[in-house]
Every structure is written in structure tokens, then in C-alpha cells.
Design a protein around this ligand. Structure first.
Ligand SMILES: [Zn+2]
Length: 408
């Protein structure tokens, strides 16, 4: 309807009213924070005395809140009413790539997607200076392993690595490629990583270490590194790939990301020349030494050497059996340190922010910002551990520039 002629909704009239921007934007913000807090609509309704049916309508922008209800909703979601009422376009998010996507709980996936959207929105509204994206795009045949190997070489060089360099810190290399890397808890079960683009910004979420039974730390440092490389593979290889529709397609997509990760972390030539130097035989002992150099799990090195064709299936099977007999499936020898992202913390500090001032500027409770910065070992739920348990006795993993223990 053209109402301008009648003068009923002239812009300056609207300005005098309480500014609740577009109810659809507010609704999406409410939904996002609700998902991050893992609340159902019924739970939010109970906490805010807004009827359940209205919560749903409100999230879809079909029910505008009065200022009193808006206040109650913000209180229960840990944000300022202004945050919810602020005008602003909602981000466009790609479907996340997730290791073995099918068996992750929808609630946990929704939570991390919502939290990632919030983080990218925060980066934009705090005007943090992003690193330019240097991640090359794959335009070859995804079923061609050789093409993926070559592509991994290109990505390594875009990340500033020489052909025989060890990836000293995989998270920082991803950051250097312009990827925002954020931590996540272990709620995705076996799924240690997730990647997606929010408004075009590439984001990887990687599990921060947490204590599991017997004082073991999960994921191990090498597993964390491999996950980041795997997710980097998804971002670079599968930018335009439609979601897999069959289990077999899903498996292929996973194999491609795995192949990329193997080639990114352990390029064939220098890996084989290290093995030569160690005597050339593929045994648990030489594999342990290779793990020490390359920071890749012994089991993954078996996969890698099989991919390269250095060992055959039978040899690989025999190694898997030995690994299993030593119970290395749960805990391998040779500890590799965990990694942390640094970009966000540095960008905040360059913008003269700490987590509190950033949270204030965003109109969010500080716990939201903290989640994006905390890479420390999570010991929650393990108060019963005997005193003196220090789970992280990790050898310092030196950076590629100084780390050449075998090749010199
Ligand atoms: Zn994957």
C-alpha cells in the first residue's frame, strides 16, 4: 500500500516512537541467543513470562515486544535490550561442515552455528581489522587425489610455508590464511571441529582440550591440529559443493578433507626423506619419530603412508593391529602441544578492548566474548581428581622457523 501520500507513516513520525527496529531482526537475535544458551522456546517462555506461542511468533518477527517484555527477554539471555532492538541485517551462513555430520546432535550444531554468527557479527560491529583471506579456491576434480595433493601444496605456500616446512602451529597458519578460528567445547561428541562461512568470513571451530576419564586430555594436540587442517580442507575444497545427499557422498567429502589435511600437515616428499633418514623402515618406532617431527598422530601417519603408496594394505593392517594391542587408540605416545588462536585477542587489543569493554560495546554479557577467547584446558566436571594431577605435561612444540630436528 502506498501510504506516503496520506502522510500516515512519514519517516519523521516513526522516529518519535520507541525504536524497535525490524521485529524480524530482533526475532532472529533472540533466537540466536536462545540457541547459544541451549534453551528451548518453552524454557525461554517460562523465564520471561512471554507465552510459548508468542516466543515462536516473536522469533519470526510476527510479534513485537513491549519494552517491559524486551527487558525480561534480554535479562534471561544475558544481553542489553539495545542489543536486541538494534537494526541490522542478519548474516548469511553456509551449512556447516562437520566431521561425521550425521550423528552430531542438532541442538549442539545449532548452538555453534548461532554462536559463530554472533562472533562474526561482533567482529564486524567492533570493526576489528580482519586479515585478508588468502585461502585459494579449489577448481579441479575432487575425485582426483593428486589434484588435492597439489592444491594442499598451494595452500601451504599461501600460508607462508616452504615445501619442506613443518606446520609448527596449524591454528595460526589458518589464521594467517584469513580464517577466524574459535574454540568450542566438546559438546559435539566425537566431532572435534566445524567450519562454515558467515557473510563470507571463513570460520573454523576447534575443540579446546578437556579432561576425560583417567586424567586423559581430549582431544590430543595432534588430533586438534589434524581437525583444523581437515576443516581448512572443507573451506577450501568444498566452497561450492552442495551438501551430500547419500552416506557414500558424505564419506567421499570426508575423505577429501582428510586427504587435504594429510597433505597439508605431512607433504609426501619431506615426510619420506625423514623416513629415509630414520632408516627407511615403517615401524612403530620410526612412526613415533615422525610424529615427533610432524605433529601428526601415529595412526594418521599409517593412513598417510598408505595414501602415498609407501606401504600396502597388509602392512597398514599389521601396524593398526600393533597400535591397538598397545592401546594406543586411546592414548598414543609422543605428546604434541595444544594450540591457541591469537588473532581475535590481538585484534581486540589493537582496538583498545579487553573482554569486558568489548562485551559492553556489544551489549552482551562478558561470557559470550570469553567463549571465543578461551583455549585453556577445561577441567569442569572433574573436581574429584586427586590433587597434583597435571594433565598437560607437553613438550613445547616449536614453530616451523626453528623446528628442524631431523633435517638440517
Ligand atoms: Zn569433515
Amino acid at each position: 500500500m502506498n501510504t506516503a501520500r496520506t502522510g500516515l507513516t512519514k519517516p519523521h513520525d516513526a522516529e518519535k516512537e520507541t525504536v524497535i527496529s525490524d521485529p524480524a531482526d530482533t526475532g532472529q537475535r533472540i533466537q540466536r541467543l536462545r540457541l547459544i544458551n541451549a534453551l528451548s522456546q518453552a524454557q525461554l517462555s517460562e523465564a520471561t513470562a512471554v507465552a510459548t506461542g508468542l516466543v515462536s511468533m516473536m522469533e519470526h518477527g510476527r510479534y513485537g515486544l513491549d519494552s517491559e517484555s524486551l527487558q525480561r527477554v534480554s535479562d534471561s539471555l544475558g544481553c542489553a535490550p539495545e542489543y536486541l532492538a538494534r537494526p541490522g541485517r542478519q548474516p548469511i551462513t553456509t551449512r556447516p561442515w562437520l566431521r561425521a555430520y550425521a550423528d552430531a546432535s542438532k541442538k549442539a550444531v545449532d548452538r555453534y552455528v548461532a554462536d559463530t554468527e554472533l562472533a562474526v557479527e561482533a567482529v564486524e560491529s567492533l570493526r576489528l581489522k580482519r586479515l585478508p583471506e588468502l585461502l585459494p579456491t579449489f577448481d579441479d576434480d575432487l575425485n582426483d587425489d593428486h589434484a588435492i595433493e597439489e592444491f594442499a601444496t598451494d595452500v601451504r605456500s599461501a600460508a607462508g610455508l616452504q615445501s619442506d616446512d613443518v606446520v609448527g602451529n596449524c591454528i595460526r597458519r589458518a589464521e594467517r590464511l584469513g580464517v577466524v578460528v574459535l574454540p568450542m567445547d566438546d559438546e559435539l561428541g566425537r566431532h572435534l571441529g566445524l567450519s562454515m562461512r558467515v557473510d563470507g568470513t571463513p570460520v573454523i571451530r576447534a575443540s579446546r582440550p578437556h579432561l576425560v576419564q583417567d586424567g586423559l586430555v581430549s582431544p590430543s594436540g595432534d588430533r586438534q591440529r589434524f581437525t583444523v587442517a581437515h576443516e581448512l580442507g572443507h573451506l577450501a575444497l568444498h566452497a561450492t559443493t552442495p551438501p551430500p545427499t547419500t552416506a557414500q557422498q558424505a564419506r567421499l567429502v570426508e575423505q577429501q578433507a582428510h586427504r587435504f589435511a594429510g597433505a597439508f600437515l605431512t607433504p609426501a616428499e619431506p615426510l619420506l626423506s625423514d623416513l629415509d633418514r630414520l632408516g627407511g623402515r615403517v615401524t612403530l618406532s620410526t612412526l613415533s619419530s615422525l610424529k615427533e617431527i610432524w605433529g601428526v598422530a601415529i595412526k594418521m601417519l599409517v593412513v598417510r603412508l598408505r595414501q602415498i603408496g609407501l606401504i600396502d594394505d597388509q602392512h597398514a593392517r599389521s601396524l593398526y593391529k600393533q597400535i591397538s594391542a598397545r592401546k594406543w587408540n586411546t592414548s598414543e605416545p609422543v605428546a604434541v602441544s595444544h594450540e591457541k588462536a591469537v588473532w581475535l585477542e590481538q585484534a581486540l587489543s589493537r582496538a583498545q578492548h579487553d573482554e569486558h569493554s568489548a562485551a559492553d560495546a556489544l551489549g552482551l554479557d562478558v561470557r559470550y566474548v570469553r567463549t571465543w577467547l578461551n583455549w585453556d584446558l577445561d577441567t569442569s566436571g572433574h573436581d574429584d581428581l586427586p590433587d597434583g594431577v597435571v594433565p598437560m605435561r607437553r613438550k613445547r612444540h616449536k614453530d616451523a622457523s626453528t623446528r628442524q630436528p631431523v633435517r638440517r
